[in-house]
Design a protein around this ligand. Sequence first.
Ligand code: C6P
Length: 407
Amino acid sequence: MALDIQQIRSQFPILQRQVNGQALVYLDNGATSQKPQMVLDVIDHYYKNYNANVHRGIHTLSQEATDKMEEARVKIQNFIHAKHVHEVIFTRGTTEGINLLATVLSSVIKANDEIVITEIEHHSNIVPWQMLCERTGATLKFIPLTADGILDLTQLDTIITKNTKLVCVNQVSNALGVVNPIEKIIEKAHQEGAWVLVDAAQSVPHTPVDVQALDCDFLVFSGHKMYGPTGIGIFYGKEAILNQLPPFHGGGEMIKEVTMEKSTYACLPFKFEAGTPDVAGIIGLGAAVDFINAIGIQAIHDHEDQLVKYCMEQLSQLDGIKIYAKDAPHAGAISFNLLFDGVHSSDVGMILDKKGIAVRTGHHCAQPIMHHFNIPGTVRASFAVYNTKEEIDVLINGLKTAIRMLG
Ligand code: C6P
């Protein structure tokens, strides 16, 4: 059954606003999605009715806040189908989740070990691994891209070997919107005895993700790209592995006992959650999961898939546009450029902004992909469940203006 998009749109107050005298067409969901009223309401309700610190108080407000926070953890467990609720760790976002793993692996990774990433990663899934390799003397290798911008798995056997300890890959590229063949990469990594971290920042908002079916060892994502608040994210890890790893930050709530000489650590998930958490953000993320579940993640996927296909068709009919990795499967985003001399993606972005259309331009925090194509950046249109074909028509008209002005 087709979704009632107007009813869904009516839940997002910001979609009513105008930008430069035009109705807002928000196509920058890859950067952050807008928030439905139910997410805004639960955050407001928390601060007005039961604001308190969690896991620390015997009083009613603290217990209510703790219960709501732990309810949110269960919602996320079910959403990604984790086996145990204590495998769900709250972080500030994808970036912090990856840095958490890179930090705790400092004592595990040795000089002869290898870490494998890909050429299609966000900087968050490159820089922490470069830093870890600098600290430990380990070697960083990468799976390259084909000329078309899709992962080239032909040399996988020489890249992932018995020396590989960890493979880090995104499920959907933020820069190109391409869906990566992570199942094959996970299978190969496990054959060689390596762990796999999946960066699901751009997949979790758009497609069902089941950590047990994927059999990934770690998975990270951000709440703000899936209708939740900023500053909250998830680090998932398999229980048996998390139990072997040392803690991340030291501080309150992550300990069993502290003396002046030494400390022992709390069990999962608290071992990795030092300090007062973002209670409002966690409860807000729980509401975002409720919002997604009320529509159905598969229905969201199917609607966005139609938008991507429609946008691809319409873009292909314009003269002078290059779409990157055009023939690869996409989820949630398309990247393109106007092929006129001296035209930068930001020129296009500014013309679109005058028409109320929000897209992202530039390198999308993925400079190696831009180096691969020998370009400074792209224009990226990225979608959410509230977007419509009519909005894509507005984008295409905006691009026709850009072509007239810049071509
Ligand atoms: N990409 C984009 O416009 P944070 O900032 O921690 O919430 O997420 C970092 C991150 C990691 N991996 C991928 C695949 C991502 O897309 C992002 C965030 C945004 O593409 C902002 S740079």
